[in-house]
Design a protein around this ligand. Structure first.
Ligand code: NAI
Ligand code: MG
Length: 485
């Protein structure tokens, strides 16, 4: 059994308390590594290391060019090690290797994007009316605490670390307890490519043990979180005492809306890709499939038929289209929603444990039809391969159902009528709206939610904004300063 260590102050270390957490292969249920069960003491060590790297040492002296070059070097290492990282990611999460390869490529691209953006952070000259030069300077927010989920482990680490480092922050990042392996692998590159010790720290551990202390630590200035809405609410409350800056990305129950004039074959594929990619463990999963009445029966039939042909298998098999879900806990959760759905709606595909697997957290991709939007299967995030198909009549009805959710992360609309498409795009309350496809995500474009899907934006120039403060500088140009005493 491999025992890994966390990365604090440029060194790989065990936890102060010496506890360990198992890392489980979701396709075999075997424990294939252990990582330290980090505690408040470890978070404190990491936060001190990050603080002192921010306040003194080599990091404050780096130029934007230096930081950009370091991010490019990190991206190069990721590209050089991509096959190994993809395999590790696929094994740890259970996701198909083909999808993991995309994730690793996107991870490197994210570091490259922010490597380039580091030198494009600009200040302002403000047009104040007196004889003065008024400037707005952009400065790093300080030490960033970053808490990430298990569905895209290395990519989520990149979404957090890359903009923070480009801005000049230092970081304490906690990967999800289920999937710490690729983040720890990434840590072997940090000082090797030239990041000063303490700039990037990786603390392993679970939410209560290592996540909660990040949110309350006095040396941490900002918390960035991706995960469940329930934990997002706890984080917001716990961040209040130290007035931390907070950004939250909390998932959703995103509508994927199909009008009768949409290309039928493309629509079926788009509905399946929208909800089943990455085993449905996607914050923007199109888990509510809204279908216009004239095509409804035909749509449900075709969707169910194709769902039954989806090939489940071992994550490392290149033919696999869907792997196991990430953990026993998530398996139980998905199984429970399959049963809830059976009581609330009409099961047309799946509905149970996947057949043919003795071990592993394999669930059948599942479709419920005739779902009423007021039921649990339509309102609660499953975070697994379970879709709720909801019929609608006309545009106004589609918009009403689409917006009848506490969430607002994403939506998609399928139609060949550009006027209708644009009316729906404007009416839907969501941070991302796709048209005639669903899920493609690029580092150049903003990502984040409306409503209870959180606040703040990641990616693009928006992503770096969340790690910057604005300092006003007012330089008097008169011989005499303004005053009357
Ligand atoms: P979670 O929200 O508990 O975990 C996400 C991260 O937060 C992990 O790193 C975890 O250790 C940390 N965390 C947990 N409790 C914390 C606390 N009190 N303070 C600070 N950090 C804490 O998600 P979980 O339990 O793994 O999954 C439950 C559900 O959450 C899923 O079924 C899904 O609906 C949703 N989820 C949404 C995600 C998204 O991308 N929006 C990602 C993961 C889960
Ligand atoms: Mg949890």
């Amino acid at each position: 059994m491999q025992r890994l260590r966390m990365h604090i102050g440029g060194e790989f270390v065990e936890g102060v308390r010496k506890g360990w957490l198992p890392v489980i292969d979701p396709s075999t249920e075997d424990t294939f590594a252990e990582v330290p069960a980090g505690t408040a003491e470890d978070v404190d060590r990491a936060a001190r290391a990050a603080r002192s790297a921010f306040d003194s040492g080599d990091w404050p002296a780096t130029t934007a060019q230096d930081r950009g070059r370091l991010l490019f070097k990190l991206a190069d290492r990721i590209r050089a090690e991509a096959p190994r990282l993809a395999e590790l990611e696929a094994r740890n999460c259970g996701k198909p290797i083909v999808e993991a390869e995309f994730d690793i490529n996107d991870t490197a691209t994210c570091f490259e994007y922010y490597g380039g953006l580091a030198t494009k952070v600009l200040g302002h000259v403000n047009p104040v009316p007196d004889n003065a030069l008024s400037l707005s300077l952009r400065e790093p927010v300080g030490v960033a605490g970053q808490i990430i989920p298990w569905n895209y482990p290395l990519l989520m680490a990149a979404w957090k670390l890359a903009p923070a480092l480009a801005a000049g922050c230092t970081c304490v990042l906690k990967p999800a307890e289920q999937t710490p392996l690729t983040a720890l692998e990434l840590a072997t590159f940090f000082e090797a490519v030239g990041f000063p010790p303490g700039v990037i720290n990786i603390v392993t551990g679970d939410g209560e043990g290592a996540g909660a202390p990040i949110v309350t630590h006095p040396s941490i200035d900002k918390v960035a979180f991706t995960g469940s809405a329930a934990v997002g609410k706890i984080i917001l409350r716990n961040a209040a005492d130290s007035i931390k800056r907070v950004t939250l990305e909390l998932g959703g129950k995103s509508p994927n809306i199909f009008f009768a004039d949409a290309d039928f074959e493309a629509a079926i594929d788009g509905a399946l890709f929208g909800v089943f990619i990455n085993q449905g463990e996607v914050c923007s999963a199109g888990s509510r499939i809204l279908v216009e009445k004239p095509i409804y029966s035909k749509f449900v039939e075709a969707l169910a038929a194709k769902t039954k042909t989806i090939r489940l298998g071992a994550p490392l098999d290149r033919e696999t289209k869907m792997g196991p879900v990430v953990s026993a806990e998530q398996y139980e959760r998905v199984r429970e929603y399959q049963e809830i759905g059976k009581r609330e709606a009409r099961l047309v595909a799946g509905g149970g444990r996947a057949e043919g697997f003795k071990k592993g957290f394999y669930v059948q991709p599942t479709i419920f039809a005739d779902v009423d939007n007021s039921t649990r299967i339509a309102r609660e995030e499953v975070f697994g391969p379970v879709a709720a198909v909801i019929p609608f009549e006309g545009e106004a009805n589609a918009i009403r159902i689409a917006n009848d959710t506490p969430y607002g992360l994403a939506a998609a609309v399928w139609s060949r009528d550009i006027f209708r498409v644009m009316r729906v795009v404007k009416a839907v309350r969501a941070g991302i709206v796709w048209v005639n496809h669903m899920q493609p995500t690029y580092v150049e474009a903003p990502w984040g939610g409306y409503k209870q899907s959180g606040f703040g934006r990641e990616l693009g120039p928006w992503g770096i904004e969340e790690y910057l403060e604005t300092k006003q500088v007012h330089i008097n140009l008169n011989e005499q300063p303004i005053g009357w005493y």
